[in-house]
Design a protein around this ligand. Sequence first.
Ligand code: ATP
Length: 233
Amino acid sequence: MLRVTGLTAFYGRSQALFGMELAVGAGEVATLLGRNGMGKTTTIRSILGLLPPAAGRVEFGGRELAGLPPHRIARAGIALVPEGRQVFPTLTVHENLIATAANRLDRRPPWTAERVYALFPKLLERRNAVARTLSGGEQQMLAVGRALLTNPALLILDEATEGLAPLVRAEIWRCLAGLKAEGQAILVVDKNLSALMDLADRHHVIEKGRLVWTGRSAELAAQPELQHRYLGV
Ligand code: ATP
């Protein structure tokens, strides 16, 4: 579904990605793992066209996305849940959801606010609450819900559970497992490896802007030295 090859990107004259590679298959959950500052967010920004790649390919559903502006890439079916809670703070939960426009209208069944409430019953309880009064976890669920309402073919979460309490994280991972069971493709950028071992089909480890390892959970679990060297686990 998504195949990134030879991705090279710069911040001014400073090179941040050196031929990065990554792949997410249809219905798969993939991860992008690595220590701070290794280029995870930069990889995502380049895929989304927010930091246009200097070289490389971003093939998505048979189309080439590298070089397209961010709104065209979003419309192609990639949705991002960014780090920090990106919700409209003064709108209610329900208003936040219905203010989100669908990018892809062909999705069957399409996402609706009701379907988001079924996924996150907590949001239904807080339906008429103003978003800034929600807990961090509830705001993050709302951010995921808003991303889903665009009907993405691929959902990307960039450190979406950063700073949340362990129980809340667990709830978000449970929901991702539910989405996966429905066939939703997901790319998770996170440092919390243990929770992702069960959920993810495929892992990518990045170091200094390059892919240094890719493989399945069982292979990663069998290589503690790899986890220690690149992930600090
Ligand atoms: P973190 O988990 O800390 O967000 P990361 O793996 O996502 O780390 P990036 O944010 O992609 O890492 O950063 C990769 C490299 O690019 C780092 O060396 C960082 O200092 C540099 N960098 C990131 N953003 C900018 C920017 N706006 N301008 C210049 N350099 C940047």
